[in-house]
Design a protein. Sequence first.
Length: 275
Amino acid sequence: MANPRNENHHQFHRMNAATIPISGLVFGLLLIAPSILLIWWFRLGINKRLIISVIRMLVQLSFVALYLKYIFLLDHILVSLGYILLMVLFAAHSGIRSSSLRLKKLLIPTFMAMFLPTILTLLYFNWAIVQLDHIFQADVLIPIAGLMLGNTLKSNIVALKTFFNSASKEEKTYLFLLANGASKQEAARPFMKEAIRTAMAPNLATMATIGLVSLPGMMTGQILGGSDPVLAVKYQIMVMVIIFFNSILSNILQLLFVIRQGFDKRDQLDKSVLE
């Protein structure tokens, strides 16, 4: 006998699913034209960057659509983990470059600070929250990893910039604390605390205003795709929680690793780390 609840859900899905045809994509991309005109009119000088960014976005996301389709069909643990490793590597590389820091010394600690929390949080999400039978299910593992890494990357960039800016500006305070018997970790702790507070402030603001000021992209996408709004809200709540947890854990690990790598043998700030 059919389950009325399931029938209602499928009916809701059919009624509310919103697709985007090729013609819709074309009309959407036409919005770039007035954007270019506005940039030209106000002499903002970013038209070249805009055009390059749009082309890169189209090419990259087209490839993503193709290879993710086959990764999801294959659904193999090694393939999924390999893809996540690449995502973390690119995120770590981008984070260091965006923070204006030397890549050579900080790539491995930054990679580890992003990879370990991401894997831990992903497995917990799939096992305890979504409660999947197969916790390495590719079509859940990879999209959630992408959501977490995108937000973690932003907070890590802010944390790194804030930490090294504070350490450079307040170097005399740091040296004074060292001279009074503080260890390197103790003397650098005020910079670390400021960096984490600054990096996590946007996450806290987003959580406090979500649903009032804005509807987040993931939830909107699910609803437009025909999902039950209640289910979309459940996912969004859990996603916000795991993003916050993943970001703060990654920030802390990042700065702990940086304190080891960013200071020399005399416990002084290693200026060679800064570009």
